[in-house]
Design a protein around this ligand. Structure first.
Ligand code: GLY
Ligand code: MN
Ligand code: MN
Length: 524
């Protein structure tokens, strides 16, 4: 509808307003003539014919699906990739699929908006790899060059955003049956109902795609024996158990995943070198932290898919702000620059590394003292991290070192021993975060795993996690001697547990004060 269109009836007798949703097209108008449509739908070369080979990840993703199948025989499992997300008005963020979807399909980068993986329960032994389910990937395949979608859909048409995969292409790459998104609703809702009366129980990874949450809720409601007295919390519990199982499935990485982590860490190391090279420009710029952030980001986009999380580029007192991602401060000679940054590989696995650099290339005496304490805490955490040791022991080992050092410096108001007791914890004022978290597709991976498998779980070969103690002395902290104020230090490494103990995946990035100084000198 258009305000200038005389065909629009106007019940008020005044000029009819154009509906809000139509106004997005006011800046330009696609021609509607038949001649234009005929022109756009013809005269294009046919799409390439040959199919791609199988992705290396496919066999690993199949094993993961099989493991989840064993957990939930007889139930339909729904794992969405999620929709495109609006950044502003008609501009979307780059697409990134949900991590559980990436894990079970093996898809990375921008694959595939609105896609959904369904594991459909089948008769015993007839499923994929002899399991209890057969998998189908529903997605919006590449539209032919003779279709309107090709040229008229700015969110998915090849003319606008480039080619997307066809059904046959993704099936060849992943070894998963594929189907058009048009069939999704039927596949999702077919036969849903209480198992007691022959219906199929559905479990959904919720809060990924609102439309699917609504679709599944409606199907559950409509097929309930007594919808009015339906207890929805029963369904929440089903969905929560699926989220938990998918999170726990990622606690131990397979070989392919470890290779991806190594790739992400290598790209991250290259990004840190760019940061050191950019330091003279950062010091000269009024927003030097942005120069640092940008130097890393450029490398992240060149080598990988993106950042795994927003870079923290924090100089001077900003280094004491744990989630400093504003990054709009200056970088001054004499300060410490804390950079927490990770490249996300094309597979979506991310590194998570922090280095704290003396901007002028050498640590002052007090900076070195604080840095060495953090390094000693990290080394103690590495020494504690062994297969069979509880995850929480890694943190405890780091805290013992930091509490002792704070006592030595006269900062702790009580003894280190008292601070380390449950009733104390005074040292946490200066080290308020955890020392370790699992790492993988999400920077804080396996977040829905049960506590008994995470914090209270035992370290096992194949686990990948961080060791990242720090000390943060804010400029405005009157509880510490003045010489410490405005100093923030964190050293964060990415660790692979093996049967022989921990391997520091980020060891290529110098850690000791002397090695950091030499590294910086070599790149400047
Ligand atoms: N960069 C987030 C973290 O270190 O946990
Ligand atoms: Mn971390
Ligand atoms: Mn970090």
């Amino acid at each position: 509808m258009n305000v200038s269109d005389p065909a629009v009836p106007d019940p008020t007798g005044q000029q009819q307003a154009q509906p809000i949703d139509d106004r997005v097209n006011n800046r330009s108008q696609r021609p509607t003539s038949e001649a234009f449509k005929a022109s756009m739908a013809s005269g294009w070369a046919p799409a390439e014919g040959s199919l791609p080979g199988r992705d290396a990840v496919a066999e690993h993703a199949a094993r993961r699906r099989r493991a989840i199948s064993d957990r939930f025989p007889g139930e339909r499992l729904v794992i969405p990739a999620g929709p495109l997300k609006v950044r502003s008005n008609d501009t979307d963020y780059r697409f990134r699929p949900h991590s559980a979807f990436a894990h079970l399909t093996g898809l990375g980068v921008d694959h595939e908006p609105d896609a959904v993986l369904i594991l459909e329960p089948v008769d015993e032994g007839t499923g994929d790899d002899g399991g209890h389910h057969s998998a189908t990937l529903y997605f919006r395949p590449l539209a032919g060059r003779d279709t309107e979608q090709f040229y008229a859909d700015a969110r998915s048409g090849e003319f606008w955003i480039g080619a997307r995969p066809t059904l046959a292409e993704l099936e060849a790459r992943l070894g998963i049956a594929t189907a058009h998104l048009d069939g999704l609703e039927a596949a999702l809702t077919k036969g849903v109902g209480a198992p007691a009366i022959g219906g199929i129980s559905v479990r959904l990874v919720r809060k990924v795609h609102e439309d699917l949450d609504a679709l599944v809720d409606t199907a559950r409601y409509n097929t309930a024996q007594d919808p009015e007295s339906l207890d929805l919390s029963v369904f929440d519990a089903l969905d929560d158990q699926l989220a938990e199982a998918l999170s726990e499935l990622r606690l131990v990485k397979d070989e392919w995943e470890v290779d991806q982590m190594r790739e992400a860490v290598a790209a991250t190391a290259a990004g840190f070198e760019e940061i050191i090279r950019a330091l003279p420009r950062a010091v000269a710029h009024r927003r030097g932290e942005r120069v640092v952030e940008g130097a890393f980001f450029a490398r992240a986009r060149e080598e990988g898919n993106d950042l795994g999380y927003e870079t923290i580029a924090a100089s001077g007192n900003n280094a004491t702000v744990l989630h400093w991602i504003r990054n709009n401060g200056p970088v001054r000679e004499g300060e410490l620059l804390l950079v927490d940054a990770g490249v996300e590989a094309e597979s979506l696995y991310t590194a998570d590394v922090t280095r704290t650099l003396p901007v002028s290339g050498t640590f002052s005496e007090v900076q070195r003292r604080v840095y060495q304490a953090v390094l000693d805490a990290a080394d103690a955490a590495f020494a504690a991290a062994q297969p069979g040791v509880k995850f929480r022991q890694v943190h405890a080992a780091a805290m013992e070192v930091l509490a002792a050092r704070l006592e030595e410096w006269g900062i702790l108001p009580v003894s280190a021993q008292e601070a380390l007791s449950d009733a104390g914890q005074q040292h946490r004022r200066w080290m308020p975060h955890g020392t370790s978290h699992h790492l993988g597709l999400d920077v804080h991976d396996c977040a829905q795993a049960r506590r008994e498998l995470y914090l209270d779980g035992e370290l096992a070969p194949g686990m990948v996690f961080t060791i990242e103690p720090g000390l943060y002395f804010k400029a405005e902290d009157l509880a510490i001697p003045a010489e410490y104020r405005g100093i923030g230090v964190r050293i964060e490494d990415d660790v692979l547990m093996t049967a022989d103990g921990p391997v520091n995946l980020s060891a290529a990035l110098p850690r000791t004060p002397g090695d950091v100084e030499a590294w910086m000198a070599s790149l400047r």
